[in-house]
Design a protein around this ligand. Structure first.
Ligand SMILES: Nc1ncnc2c1ncn2[C@@H]1O[C@H](COP(=O)(O)OP(=O)(O)O)[C@@H](O)[C@H]1O
Ligand SMILES: [Mg+2]
Length: 248
């Protein structure tokens, strides 16, 4: 469903993506792992069309989205929603306004319909009666949930998460992992999760892609990841564990 072919992206002298090839199947959860600064967020931004590559294509249902202009991209964007790193909520708006923002600007739904949809989406992510609060009144974990509610409000086919558990304590991180799995099953979407959290990978992913030196160095199931003897991949996987143990 999503096919990334020979994607190249450079910022001035910094070659971030150097020929990324990756196929992401429908209806599964794919984790994209890689060390900090390896280009995971840059890759996600190409998938939703926020960045344009120097060369290569992201094909969505056979259409090269990286070639589309702004108008044409609107249709593609309706199929996708991204949960940004942090939570990227608007501080001056209520929770209800934050979750409903896409519905206000991109649909003809009435205020009542939007209010119902907002409450429904907050229910999905396990939040109740917080519509009138402001983001500052919520904990980091709750803000993440609101960001996820906002993403699912538009009924996307593809959900992209950028580091959804970063900055959360292990218990809250796991409850976000469980939520990602729950939504995956309930909404039957395609989920793409960028993370450097191996615990998260174990809990949520069907498939894993390892981004290293600007290319996909490993692509396979979680079981295949465990069995891989590639030293660089092993160092990444075990190195992360070590750092986490030290931090704990
Ligand atoms: N808009 C930008 N302008 C210049 N450099 C960027 C930009 N976005 C990302 N980069 C650089 O690209 C590299 C990869 O960044 P990023 O995708 O954010 O890494 P990560 O894997 O941690 O998400 C980094 O060296 C970063 O500094
Ligand atoms: Mg990032």
């Amino acid at each position: 469903m999503i096919e990334i072919k020979q994607l190249f992206k450079r910022f001035e002298g910094n070659e971030v993506l150097r020929g990324v090839d990756l196929t992401i199947g429908k209806g599964h959860t794919t984790a994209i792992i890689g060390s900090s600064g390896s280009g995971k967020s840059v890759l996600l931004k190409h998938i939703i069309g926020l960045l344009k590559p120097e060369a290569g294509c992201v094909f969505l249902d056979g259409v090269c989205v990286t070639d589309l202009n702004y108008e044409q991209l609107k249709d593609v964007r309706k199929k996708m929603a991204m949960v940004f790193q942090g939570a990227a909520l608007f501080d001056s708006m209520t929770i209800a306004e934050n979750v409903g923002i896409g519905l206000y600007s991109h649909t003809r739904m009435s205020r009542e319909q939007i209010a119902r949809r907002v409450t429904e989406c907050l229910d999905w992510v396990g939040l109740h009666k917080i519509e009138k609060l402001s983001p500052a009144e919520l904990s980091g974990g709750m803000q993440k949930r609101v960001a996820i509610a906002r993403a699912i409000a538009m009924e996307p086919e593809i959900l992209l998460y950028d580091e959804p558990t970063t900055g959360l304590d292990p218990i809250r991180a796991n409850s976000i992992n469980d939520l990602i799995v729950h939504l995956q099953n309930k909404l039957d979407v395609t989920s793409i999760v960028v993370t450097h959290d191996m615990n998260s990978v174990e809990r949520i992913a069907d498939f894993v892609a390892f981004l290293h030196n600007g290319r996909i160095r490993f692509e396979g199931t979680v079981q295949e990841l465990r069995e891989s003897e590639d030293v660089i991949l092993r160092n990444f996987v075990e190195g992360v564990d070590e750092v986490e143990t030290l931090a704990a």
